[in-house]
Design a protein around this ligand. Structure first.
Ligand SMILES: Nc1ncnc2c1ncn2[C@@H]1O[C@H](COP(=O)(O)OP(=O)(O)O)[C@@H](O)[C@H]1O
Ligand code: SF4
Ligand SMILES: [Mg+2]
Length: 320
């Protein structure tokens, strides 16, 4: 098992109080698994991804445990996490490709990045070149400035850099969102190639675009308002979702290629609750067509079939 998360709870400290962005998340990612993390904008996907690697203020660790290859990660400590970052767990943050320093050549930037992680640039160079070949980037990119690279080239460069140390887990946050459709597909396929060639063991692919997950993810996990709703194999999730929110999310998916964040969910009035003062119990309660009195308690995230987890009282009742 690559990643084990237990009861992870992370808030943002603000002047108006705590934004309860991630509440009691318990799940695993198996060796080799590409897990897609989905849900509407603001549901806590980035919070979950970042809290596993760089939990900085105003993010606040509240409780929970994270293990990578059975070893506990000190996610609450910036310093303590240094030996794990980049080597065991690595992230491609949202907009990473646009955050490259425009005044540094790619090679220089790479050297600085490796040195900051106490990795020798010259020792790593042969492997770096091999990986540039793998993603079909010429070695000349090392002498180029970021502005000379296309979006797809930059994203491939970022992918090479973030997986150079063969991390156990690669977290990729919206890496296809800023790209055109054909480049999206190429980048997504490259991610699979990285996993297949063991440049990383497993992947958490965060996206609001379910069609990308349908193409490449082994499993999908859906969140709503800071709570996990459902996790299942991709085929199961798309064809037989069980959680009322996931069902609406999937049924509102018009055609492959249309991003659901751009569509309003059909059939459910209202919008996700504010996480400064979320409703008690199941946070989907106020919009859920089948809510009942039990839903005032938080539903646990339970396995209802093999490798199919759901947090919904109605589903538990149905199975009982
Ligand atoms: N720096 C911050 N300070 C306060 N609240 C934040 C901060 N960053 C994110 N949030 C809130 O946390 C919640 C989850 O955000 P996020 O994890 O970015 O969602 P997603 O990635 O799914 O769009 C949202 O309600 C968002 O407004
Ligand atoms: S727990 Fe209750 S409110 Fe939440 S999704 Fe299930 S039925 Fe709806
Ligand atoms: Mg996000």
């Amino acid at each position: 098992m690559s990643l084990q998360v237990e009861h992870l709870t992370v808030y943002y400290q603000t002047l108006r109080g705590d934004v309860q962005a991630l509440e009691d998340a318990t799940f695993t990612i198996e060796d080799g698994e590409i897990m897609g993390l989905a849900g509407e904008s603001g549901c806590g996907k980035t919070t979950l991804g970042h809290s596993l690697i760089r939990l900085v203020p105003p993010m606040r660790y509240v409780r929970g445990k994270v293990k990578i290859d059975s070893e506990e990660l000190p996610i609450w400590g910036m310093e303590e996490m240094n030996p794990f970052r980049f080597k065991k767990i690595s992230i491609i943050p949202q907009y990473a490709m646009n955050a490259m320093n425009p005044t540094r050549k790619i090679g220089k930037m790479t050297e600085e990045l490796l040195e900051s992680r106490k990795v020798s640039f010259s020792d790593t160079l042969p492997e770096l070149k091999r990986r540039l070949d793998m993603v079909e980037l010429t070695h000349d990119v090392m002498n180029m400035y970021p502005i000379e690279l296309s979006g797809g080239m930059k994203q491939r460069m970022v992918m090479v850099l973030s997986t150079l140390m063969d991390p156990t887990l690669l977290i990729a946050d919206e890496i296809t969102s800023a790209l055109d459709v054909s480049t999206q597909k190429a980048v997504a396929e490259m991610l699979v190639e990285f996993r297949n060639r063991e440049c990383c063991n497993s992947v958490m692919l965060i996206t609001h675009d379910l069609s990308i997950l349908y193409q490449i993810a082994d499993t999908i996990m859906v969140m709503y308002a800071g709570q996990l709703s459902e996790k299942a194999a991709t085929h199961t999730m798309i064809h037989s979702p069980r959680h009322p929110y996931t069902k609406l999310l999937i049924s509102s998916l018009p055609k492959v290629g249309v991003k659901y964040a751009e569509k309003r969910l059909k059939g459910i009035p209202g919008s996700p609750p504010l996480l400064l003062d979320p409703p008690i119990g199941c946070r989907f309660r106020e919009r859920c067509p089948v809510a009942f009195d039990k839903c005032l308690d938080v539903p646990p995230f339970l396995e209802i079939e093999k490798d199919h987890l759901v947090a919904c009282w109605k589903e538990f009742e149905r199975d009982a």
